[in-house]
Design a protein around this ligand. Structure first.
Ligand code: E4P
Length: 218
């Protein structure tokens, strides 16, 4: 399972990248706004910086919702770096955009996916990734993990090449559950990845090992 980090914060991206386990980055307009990135050119520059830090795929989202606008946005984003993946919303015009961008060999990530039907359409259109938002489903008392499980089953059965990128991850437990059910990718807030490192028995064990070593040196 690939690990992406879901943030536009450069320090966080560097911190997770330095662990050596990072495969990519996802962003969205809200995450960019959170970092205070304003203006079209600054947004493009910020994406470029992220692409310089991380070798893997970096999802950058279109802001138009009509077909021509999305295609224009996508061309501009794809020109930033070879590892840009254009994030397209799961709407009718978005589906058409994914089909056209796929024929132009531009990678796409179909975002805001909340049902198996939406995921199947995006896979048929040739999306590189589809992003089911499991945390947001949990928020409305629907089982996000169950959707990812259903998608893994359908995509395996039909041998779809599209990768299932589990998004809207809220906890380390979500990450482990995604690994158990066979998601291709998880995109996680940095702290959910870092929390996977922690176990109290590791801390106690290390403390004792070092204390015993120090005693043997006395
Ligand atoms: C995915 O690509 C989205 O950026 C993200 O996972 C959304 O997560 P949220 O529901 O925590 O905003």
């Amino acid at each position: 399972m690939k690990f992406f980090v879901d943030t536009a914060n450069l320090d966080d991206i560097r911190e997770v990248n330095d662990l050596g386990i990072l495969d990519g980055v996802t962003t969205n307009p809200s995450l960019m706004a959170k970092e205070g990135i304003k203006g079209h050119d600054n947004i493009l520059k910020h994406y470029q910086t992220i692409c310089e830090i991380v070798k893997g795929d970096v999802s950058a989202e279109v802001i138009s919702t009509d077909l021509d606008g999305m295609l224009n946005d996508a061309e501009l984003l794809a020109d930033i770096a070879p590892n840009i993946v254009v994030k397209i919303p799961m709407i009718k015009e978005g589906l058409k955009a994914i089909k056209i961008l796929t024929s132009r060999e531009i990678k796409t990530n179909c975002t805001l996916v909340f049902s198996a039907g939406q995921a199947i359409l995006a896979a048929k259109a040739g999306a590189t990734y589809i992003s089911p938002f499991l945390g947001r489903l949990d928020d409305i008392s629907r089982d996000g993990i169950q959707l990812v499980e259903q998608l893994v089953q359908i995509f395996n059965m039909h041998a779809y090449k599209t990768e299932i990128l589990a998004a809207s991850i809220r906890s380390p437990m979500h990450i482990i559950q995604c690994a158990e059910i066979g998601a291709d990718v998880v995109t996680c807030p940095p702290d959910s990845i870092l929390k996977l490192l922690n176990h109290p028995l590791t801390d106690i064990g290390l403390k004792n090992f070092l204390a015993d070593y120090n005693k043997s040196q006395a």
